[in-house]
Design a protein around this ligand. Structure first.
Ligand SMILES: Cc1cc2nc3c(=O)[nH]c(=O)nc-3n(C[C@H](O)[C@H](O)[C@H](O)COP(=O)(O)OP(=O)(O)OC[C@H]3O[C@@H](n4cnc5c(N)ncnc54)[C@H](O)[C@@H]3O)c2cc1C
Length: 401
């Protein structure tokens, strides 16, 4: 009976091994986890868990007993150090595992500030793992001063938690506006106004020159020469796919582990899914950094490892929680040239069009329009932009049109 080894016990790895068993695969399944805890969900790390509203066990994607019950060997705290593609083995610190098929679900690494900028000072944190958050949480408290570097979703979520806990927050974004990489100016404006109203000092179009301090961070100097005093720093400047294992083994890597539409790498016995994988969609190679992608791609790869031969067709969705605002995003806004705003009461949605085609929706406290937008996009339907903007439009009726 064949052996399948999966490297990386995160959202994708956990989904992949579970799916193998759901599909009736009876061979050996081993999930190698670099971290010493069972696979867990990361989104609460910058939301409820950071706030102290959620305990660790609730982060786990499945109880630890699940893996034993399903005959899945869970190897915790074990970094895979090498893949031998000829011998078809993977090497851990204390053992060598043979495989017939191998899946890489190694996720991504948070980008850090270089040591020359003070990135290695104590009190400078990233938000990727449970250990990262457990290490920073004690510093959150009333009257503490935080600098958040980067105005993406993780930085903004951390800012919201910090304000809720009474921390004074400055957020610096090098680009002209927060969320520039991922959202339209309308969405940036919405979240800038929200955070400013909550007391976050947002400084856009400003670079961090360096962090100050001897051993522990005490301040920050910006590119305009200004300085502030800080007690701790959170760096949220994006991620890089974890490709080093694949690269060292000679598997094709190009801003991610390159896979075909079915999730197979340049080695037909090795597959990849989740944050680490770059895959073809509508003629372009893309990577998606989301729970939706990690689960759906991993499940598709599991099916394909068992011979399904089906292309992965993502239906992207994403969310972010900041204060009492729930942002829900459906679709991908790449290539948009127009944004239509729909507002009813406190609910707002931003609809992205590329020409006449509806590409994506950002919905703020507007679950109804998020769901309608998602279903329209998935059905390939594009109502005229002025129909969306008209507050009188019966949105639900658009689904039947
Ligand atoms: C703070 C935070 C908030 C987020 N919020 C949202 C959100 O609101 N909505 C959303 O959709 N997405 C969110 N995301 C993104 C989402 O969590 C990721 O896209 C998802 O976790 C990717 O799953 P993955 O399995 O590919 O990678 P991961 O979950 O990162 O898992 C990869 C695992 O592989 C392990 N690994 C790597 N190399 C090795 C090796 N050599 N040997 C053994 N193990 C190895 C790593 O230790 C890690 O545990 C958030 C992410 C973070 C960090």
């Amino acid at each position: 009976m064949a052996d399948i080894v999966v490297i990386g016990g995160g959202q994708a790895g956990s989904s992949l091994v579970a799916r193998l068993r759901e599909q009736g695969f009876e061979g050996g399944v081993t999930l190698v986890c670099g971290e010493s805890v069972p696979p867990y969900q990361r989104p609460p790390l910058s939301k409820a868990y950071l706030l102290g509203d959620m305990d660790e066990a609730r982060l786990y994607l499945r109880p630890e007993s699940y893996y034993a019950e399903k005959g899945i060997e869970l190897v915790l705290g074990a970094e895979t150090v090498a893949i031998d593609r000829v011998a078809k083995t993977v090497t851990l610190a204390d053992r060598v595992l043979p495989y017939d098929q191998l899946a890489l679900t190694t996720g991504s690494h948070p980008r850090r500030l270089p040591a020359a900028m003070g990135g290695d000072l104590a009190g400078v944190h990233v938000v990727r793992t449970l250990a990262d958050v457990d290490g920073m949480q004690p510093g959150f408290g009333p009257g503490k001063r935080a600098l958040i570097v980067g105005g993406g979703y993780i930085g903004l979520e951390a800012a919201a938690v910090a304000r809720k806990l009474g921390v004074e927050v400055t957020l610096v974004e090098m680009a002209p506006r927060i969320l520039q990489r991922v959202a339209a100016p309308e969405t940036s404006d919405y979240f800038r106004a929200l955070h400013t109203a909550k007391g976050v000092a947002i400084r856009e179009g400003l670079g961090l020159e360096r962090l100050l301090g001897d051993t522990h961070v005490t301040g920050a100097r910006f590119s305009d020469g200004s300085e502030i005093a800080v007690d701790f720093v959170i760096v949220g400047v994006g991620i890089a796919p974890a490709t080093e294992l694949a690269e060292a083994a000679g598997v094709a890597v190009d801003n991610g582990i390159v896979v075909d539409a079915q999730g197979r790498t340049s080695d037909p016995h090795i597959w990849a899914a989740g944050d680490c994988a770059i895959f073809p969609r509508h003629g372009q190679m893309i990577r998606l950094e989301s729970v939706q992608n990690a689960i759906d791609q991993a499940e598709q790869v599991a099916d394909n490892m068992l011979g399904a031969g089906v292309d992965y067709d993502p239906k992207p969705w994403f969310w972010s929680d900041q204060y009492d605002v729930k942002l829900q995003i459906a679709g991908l806004n790449t290539g948009y040239d127009r944004v239509v705003v729909r507002k009813t009461g406190d609910s707002v949605s931003h609809w992205y069009y590329g020409g006449e085609t509806l590409l994506a929706v950002d919905a703020m406290n507007d679950p109804r329009n998020y769901m309608i937008g998602k279903r329209l996009i998935e059905a390939g339907k594009s109502p005229a932009p002025d129909v969306i903007a008209n507050p009188e439009t019966d949105m639900k009726a658009l689904l039947k049109a």
